[in-house]
Ligand binder design. Structure first.
Ligand code: SF4
Length: 65
């Protein structure tokens, strides 16, 4: 599976700024306050890391497609 888009979805819960996503995939996520997706990243190079971050995010706010 290829990933074309990654975003923060707070429609059901909020990012609690735990930093886990940045630890798992520092080339994709940074957490200066709430999570931000780093611009210009080729998500295809980090598919496994993005999936792992999304699965392990404690509030389930990382979405991708
Ligand atoms: S893992 Fe989830 S809750 Fe934690 S900083 Fe990342 S997006 Fe926010």
């Amino acid at each position: 599976m290829d990933i074309k888009k990654v975003w923060l979805d707070e429609s059901e819960d909020e990012c609690i700024s735990c930093g886990l996503c940045e630890t798992i995939a520092p080339m994709v996520f940074r957490v200066p306050d709430k999570m931000e997706v780093i611009e210009g990243v080729n998500f295809s190079e980090y598919v496994e890391e993005i999936k792992e971050a999304a699965e392990n995010c404690p509030t389930n706010v990382i979405k991708y497609e």
